[in-house]
Each structure stands twice: as C-alpha cells, then as structure tokens.
Design a protein around this ligand. Structure first.
Ligand code: A2P
Length: 314
C-alpha cells in the first residue's frame, strides 16, 4: 500500500474506499470485505446516510484503530460554529469511533439549520469568507478536544482555501475534489504542493452510480475512452485500474466506491500500478475541465450560488 505523508507526519493510505451511494444493506459487507483484503482508508460522510452501517463493520474488525484512516464530512446545514461539534459527535457516534483521522467541510455551500437538501432558494445562505472562518474556528476546537486529527475541505476552490491557510491556526491537510482524466485539477495539485497539503480525488471512475437526475446529457464516459481501453489492453489490466493507477502515480490519493468484492480487490491492487511517463502524457492530453458533479443542485432559480461563485472559474 502506498501512503501520502501529511504535514503532521501522519500517513494517509493513498487508496481508500468511497461509501457514497453504497446502499445501507450493502455497505457493512463492503467495508468488512475491504478491511479483510487490506483497505485501511474509508471515506464517509454524514449525508451519505450510512455511517451507522460503516460503524458496524468497524466494530467487528480486528484491524487496530491506529492502522485505520477514517474520514467524514461536515454537512452544509451544520456549519454554524455551535452546530459543528454536535455534528462531528453524531458521526463519531454512528461510526463508533472516539476520533476521526480527517474531517472535511463537505461543500462551500451553506444550508439553513434544519435543511438536508434545498427545496427553495430560501434554504440556501450565501457563502462568505467570514462564515468559513467561523466554521473553521469551531473545527479547530474539535482538533484541540481530540475528536479529530486533521481538517480539510471538499469541493473548495484554491481561492476559498486561501483564507483558511492564511488565518487558521490548524492548517487544512487535505483538499478533496472531483478528479479524473477529464478534470485533472492541476491548479489544485500545484496549490496543495506549494502549501504542504494532499489532494484526494473523488469520482475517479466517473461516478456512474449517481442518481439519474444528476446525469448530464451526453456526458463522456471514462471507462470506455479508447485511449484508456487501449492502455488497459496493452498492460493486461482493466480501464478502472488505469484510472486509479494514474491518480496514485501522480502522488494523489483516490477513493473509488465499490460494493462488489471482485472490483474492491481490483481497485486496491491498482494502487501499486505505476504508469509509464508516456502513458501519463497520453492521459494528460485528455483534460477538459469536465465535472460529473457540477454542483447544479445548489443552483435552483433564485439561489445565491452560481457556477462562477461556486467554482471560482477553477
Ligand atoms: P460497484 O459498487 O458495483 O462496483 P466512482 O468511485 O467514480 O464514484 O465510481 C463508482 C462506480 O463505479 C460504482 O457504480 C461502482 O460500482 C463502479 N466501479 C467500482 N469499481 C469499478 C471497477 N473496478 N470497474 C468498473 N466499475 C467499477
């Protein structure tokens, strides 16, 4: 297993298991199988609605806690400072853990307290740097209380990360963003390298398991791209392994979701694949800044969120 060394010296396994869209009845079995075959990094979130099931698998494993890397994420309706610690404690309770290795601010989007998903624009509160710093301050208190070891963000631009680095007392350790050959995140990678942060990529396989309403018309397929297919063929492996091997060869971490034992095994093995420079060049040419998860669900008519102010043109 490859690891990324964070600024604290802690080691995060480069390949983790994603749990978004892993159904309640399947996720405990998937996590159990993943841990059995050698996964040590599990990526969770309150909003996935399955942390208690992940917790069942964690409770039953013989893998020592210190060998595991467990991430969760603060949902958008709990960013007010007084809501942060209770939200973290809810995730810890569901997962059956005393601490998380990493807690991420899930989106740079704020929802009213009682709202999980916005039904009207009134449920969406505009994002400000001042608000982000207040949330961050409450997260820092959770680090000091020993409830979490590292903090980070998800779906943030480098522009939104900057004030956290400049003003916070606990430095963000990880930026989790959508990343694959169509969205290579070069700017974020450079920013994180310059600031001693790690990048984790979600949707590395193109997230085909998203709910149907989130699929865009005519969206490109990653697993069927002719260059990826040809590379997999030549190297005697699968397209998914090429995509995951690409991410790890670039020094990033990656969290493919699977609940299928054969694909779990295949994905873990891909972390040891080292792509040749010539293959990396072919994939570099595939970038088109495409997002499978474009955040449009925050952008109903009248919403304060737009593609411009959510992604900051990055
Ligand atoms: P399954 O859980 O049945 O394996 P992403 O991580 O980009 O969000 O993609 C996850 C989706 O890709 C899930 O639908 C998952 O299905 C599928 N998947 C996971 N691993 C592989 C693989 N090695 N080959 C093909 N599809 C995969």
């Amino acid at each position: 297993m490859k690891y990324l060394t964070l600024h604290t010296g802690a080691k995060m396994p480069a390949l983790g298991l994603g749990t978004w869209q892993a159904a309640k009845g399947e996720v405990a079995a998937a996590v159990t199988e993943a841990l059995r075959i050698g996964y040590r990094h599990i990526d969770c979130a309150h909003v996935y609605g399955n942390e208690a099931e992940v917790g069942e698998a964690l409770a039953a494993t013989s893998v020592p806690r210190e060998d595991l890397w467990i991430t969760s994420k603060l949902w958008n309706n709990a960013q007010r400072p007084e809501d942060v610690r209770p939200a973290l404690e809810r995730s810890l309770g569901a997962l059956g853990l005393e601490y998380l290795d990493l807690y991420l601010v899930h989106w740079p989007v704020q929802l009213s307290h009682a709202v999980m998903f916005p039904q009207s624009p009134d449920d969406l509160i505009p994002w400000t740097t001042e608000h982000a710093l207040e949330t961050w301050g409450a997260l820092e208190d959770c680090v000091r209380a020993g409830l979490v070891r590292h903090l980070g963000t998800s779906n943030f631009s480098t522009k939104k990360l900057r004030p956290l680095l400049d003003n916070g007392s606990v430095k963000p350790a990880v930026s989790q963003v959508e990343m694959h050959p169509y969205q290579q995140q070069d700017r974020m990678r450079e920013f994180c390298r310059d600031n001693g942060m790690a990048v984790t990529g979600f949707a590395p396989l193109g997230s085909r398991h998203r709910p149907a309403h989130q699929h865009q018309e005519g969206e490109p397929s990653l697993l069927d791209h002719p260059d990826i297919l040809a590379m997999a063929d030549r190297l005697g492996t699968t397209p998914a392994s090429i995509l995951l091997g690409w991410a790890v060869t670039r020094g990033t971490s990656v969290i493919p979701k699977s609940t299928n034992p054969e694909r779990l095994r295949q994905n873990l093995a891909a972390a040891d694949l080292e792509l040749a420079a010539s293959d990396m060049d072919v994939i570099a040419a595939m970038d088109m800044g495409y997002r499978f998860l474009d955040g449009s669900h925050w952008m109903m008519a009248g919403s304060p969120y737009t593609p411009e102010n959510l992604w900051d043109g990055e």
